[in-house]
Design a protein around this ligand. Sequence first.
Ligand SMILES: *[C@@H]1O[C@H](CO)[C@@H](O)[C@H](O)[C@H]1NC(C)=O
Ligand SMILES: *[C@@H]1O[C@H](CO)[C@@H](O)[C@H](O)[C@H]1NC(C)=O
Ligand SMILES: *[C@@H]1O[C@H](CO)[C@@H](O)[C@H](O)[C@H]1NC(C)=O
Ligand SMILES: *[C@@H]1O[C@H](CO)[C@@H](O)[C@H](O)[C@H]1NC(C)=O
Ligand SMILES: *[C@@H]1O[C@H](CO)[C@@H](O)[C@H](O)[C@H]1NC(C)=O
Ligand SMILES: *[C@@H]1O[C@H](CO)[C@@H](O)[C@H](O)[C@H]1NC(C)=O
Ligand SMILES: [Zn+2]
Length: 462
Amino acid sequence: MLVSGLLCVLCACGGFGVSDVTGTGNGTRGTSGNICPLLLVSFDGFRADYLDKYPFPNLRKFFSDGLLVDHLTNVFITKTFPNHYSLATGLYAESHGILASQMYDPETKKKFSLSNDSDPFWWNEATPIWVSVQNSGYKTAAAMWPGTDVRIQNSTPTHFFKYNPHVTFQERLGNLTKWMIEDSSVKFSILYWEEPDRTGHISGPENKAAMTTALKEVDDNIGILMDRLKQAELWEKINVIIVSDHGMAQCSQDRLIRLDSCLDPHNYTIVDLTPVAAILPLSDPIKVYNALSKCNSHMKAYMKELIPEELHYKHNQRIQPIILVADEGWTIVQNGTLPRLGDHGYLNSLRSMHPLMAAHGPAFRKGYKISSINSVDVYPLMCHLLGIPAMPNNGSFNAVRCALVGESCLDVAVVVGIVIGVLLVLTTLTCMFRLMKSSSSSSSRPFARLELQEDDDDPLLE
Ligand SMILES: *[C@@H]1O[C@H](CO)[C@@H](O)[C@H](O)[C@H]1NC(C)=O
Ligand SMILES: *[C@@H]1O[C@H](CO)[C@@H](O)[C@H](O)[C@H]1NC(C)=O
Ligand SMILES: *[C@@H]1O[C@H](CO)[C@@H](O)[C@H](O)[C@H]1NC(C)=O
Ligand SMILES: *[C@@H]1O[C@H](CO)[C@@H](O)[C@H](O)[C@H]1NC(C)=O
Ligand SMILES: *[C@@H]1O[C@H](CO)[C@@H](O)[C@H](O)[C@H]1NC(C)=O
Ligand SMILES: *[C@@H]1O[C@H](CO)[C@@H](O)[C@H](O)[C@H]1NC(C)=O
Ligand SMILES: [Zn+2]
């Protein structure tokens, strides 16, 4: 108690789980004040290497005083809904159940799509962080993050909007900060913005002019976010994590895979199409598989049982009997032309699919850089910052532990430096010792050989 009281005085909010976890489920814990609020923001489709190619003055200001994770290894398939749910749960898609933008459940015969996503059935295989935060006695606020307008595990965030892509960034942010200011028991807020994904799809990530405009707008929004939090007198006490769900690859009319040229469309149903197709065979599955696996050298076909384990995209009944995975930049169509110039969904091992992450706030070291973590690691980090118990997940807190103030971590470079330094000193001392010895014993030759043998045993010289 004394310790947590002291921490309170010292830094307003510790955020290191110093308070007792006595969740009441009704927000009564929030006034204790020693947990910093946390805001998670996603800019959809923010490919990590945009940062190397465009200026981003505001984003740079944000992370120069905090943490930059150069790129996140996200989850397969690298689509918006699966990855946003992985960020919120720390689970791979096969474990949280939001597997694609279009899904079909063979048992209930239900269908999921981006415009018909509000049946809790699809989401209830996992517990998103906003529900856990509420179960720990705090309140939450959400602005358009996928799933936050659905009653998952029987609750929505305390404050939320129905999804509406026409609501501006400023309005989302304004209402979110209003909820945070009016009620200090709102400890977790979550905000979603559609760009630069939208422009990436329409114009392609290689369209320099279009991307310059879209990315400038994203950076302006980051500036607006920082200003708004400063105005609200939250900036110094809130931990903010900026993430994204996936990157973006350039597509082309020259890189089309036409399924109709390989197999009569009456032989299967397409549940989801590109760049990862989910195929429900209507005739002999082996024959359908054989026809599709020979279809195009830039597309790989898998029977469900043989999907590689490392994709973590196999153990769920909503994964269809056959999946097709297009190579980077290739587009699967039934017939017809290229639907969009940019796309994502490809293998999560591809750098073009990786998004970035940056963070700022009292919990984070200043000017710290990490080259890569897994996007499922963000969840245990957030639970740690909020001092709430994490649900079983696929992430690791260790990966980001060293980015936090108050975690004693030695930098690899520093450790290597110390080791080399110590070795140098020891070597110098040994040499000096030998020199002194040999000069003082130069008159007594008979013993020289014996001394040498002794020195040869010195482990430092091996
Ligand atoms: C919240 O829960 C606590 C403990 O269960 C209870 O004492 C309190 O009355 C509840 N408050 C509200 C507003 O429901
Ligand atoms: C939306 O999904 C539900 C099942 O979850 C289904 O019953 C309903 O027909 C769907 N609506 C549309 C418009 O597809
Ligand atoms: C944001 O708050 C304003 C003022 O309370 C309200 O009029 C508006 O409808 C809110 N926006 C949304 C998307 O709910
Ligand atoms: C497609 O379906 C037809 C009719 O059911 C069947 O004769 C044919 O063998 C099937 N082709 C493949 C490749 O499965
Ligand atoms: C192309 O596919 C669409 C939808 O699958 C179908 O309705 C149409 O007949 C196909 N066109 C050709 C030329 O096969
Ligand atoms: C991911 O975490 C879930 C929940 O703990 C677990 O059931 C699943 O086996 C994990 N997946 C992997 C590949 O470890
Ligand atoms: Zn997208």
